[in-house]
Design a protein around this ligand. Structure first.
Ligand code: UTP
Length: 314
């Protein structure tokens, strides 16, 4: 049994026993995918935005691969009653595989198998889109009572190169509590993001979080560190989710639960990711990601580059 500190989070020695040095502090990765995807209407009437391809692979498979690479053992997809195709995407397709194998298309067989071979996938249902915080709360019954922390990856956010979850795990090992991920954005861009109010630590890329402001004007932003869709959350967040009221848009906001934990003294740190980033959640960001991945593809990249250059000149 794990003893809890007064704040509800395990103390350092308790964590060392449960998670141990060198042991990954999470086994489950939650992927909320039950939103309405209104920014992609009309397509999302029939196709979940999480299945839109980036060249040929859906964003949700890219984040599943990231979670598996970080050592997660189970992917908990939060889905909604109308989005069964998200779970179906991770199921085996023996007939398709057999057909492709008979045609000698071994490369395609490998592509088809990849999603279900990456990681064990379970789905949990969010009956109504009541917000990201509510979606994360829906995963609670599927997370083992011994799991003191779990990861959350937003499938419309690509954080590149992958690997930030491993750094976030190291930060939890050092400080305990919950660990978030941020990008350093230009000050003039802060109004598009949730922005952290932070204090320095002895590491330039790790900050202690004191608060968060949604979409601040550049002159009011407490920093230029903007929230990215990766979280390593202490299970204390479930209790906080039970205690918050609906916030912006009448939804249960994950950031409100994290703010409550901060107010109660729970350590929350942020890892500043100095890499690339794509927002697949809106058409403009999606097109950029698509072009970026296509340019990097050895089969289609060179032709696309030449076509784009000619297109931009014309
Ligand atoms: P978004 O706000 O980007 O997704 O939530 P959305 O609500 O589907 O998109 P728009 O704004 O209508 O275009 C981030 C992630 O959280 C999930 C979404 O599926 C997305 O992957 N989410 C959001 C849920 O699972 N449940 C919710 O109630 C809200």
């Amino acid at each position: 049994m794990t003893l809890l500190s007064p704040l509800g989070s395990p103390t350092m020695s308790e964590r060392e026993r449960d998670e141990g040095p060198g042991k990954l502090p999470f086994r489950s990765a939650v992927v909320p995918a039950a939103g309405l995807g209104t920014r992609f209407l009309p397509t999302t009437k029939a196709v979940p935005k999480e299945l839109l391809p980036v060249v040929d692979t859906p964003g949700i498979e890219l984040v599943a691969a990231e979670a598996a690479e970080a050592g997660a053992e189970q992917l908990l997809i939060v889905s909604s009653p109308g989005k069964d195709s998200v779970a179906a995407y991770f199921a085996e397709s023996p007939e398709l595989e057999k057909e492709l194998a008979e045609r000698g298309k071994e490369e395609l067989v490998a592509k088809v198998r990849r999603a279900h071979e990456l990681i064990a996938v379970r789905t949990v249902t969010q009956d109504e889109p009541r917000g990201l915080g509510h979606a994360v709360g829906c995963a609670r019954p599927a997370i083992g009572p011994d799991e003191q922390a779990f990861a959350v990856l937003l499938p419309d956010d690509l954080v590149l190169p992958t690997g930030v979850l491993t750094t976030m795990a190291q930060v939890r090992e050092r400080y305990g509590g919950s660990v978030l991920c941020a990008f350093d954005v230009p000050r003039e861009a802060t109004a598009a993001y949730g922005v952290f109010q932070v204090e320095d630590t002895d590491d330039d890329d790790v900050k202690r979080v004191r608060g968060m402001v949604e979409k601040p004007a550049p002159d009011e932003a407490p920093s230029t560190f903007a929230a990215a869709g990766r979280y390593l959350l202490d299970r204390a967040v479930f209790d906080a989710l039970d205690r918050i009221e609906p916030g912006a848009g009448g939804e249960l906001q994950l950031t409100d639960a994290i703010a409550l934990l901060i107010d109660e003294g729970h350590p929350v740190h942020v890892v500043v990711h100095r890499g690339g980033h794509h927002d697949l959640g809106n058409p403009a960001g999606y097109v950029r990601a698509y072009v970026d991945f296509a340019l990097a593809d050895p089969d289609i990249g060179p032709d696309l580059r030449a076509w784009l250059a000619a297109r931009l000149e014309s």
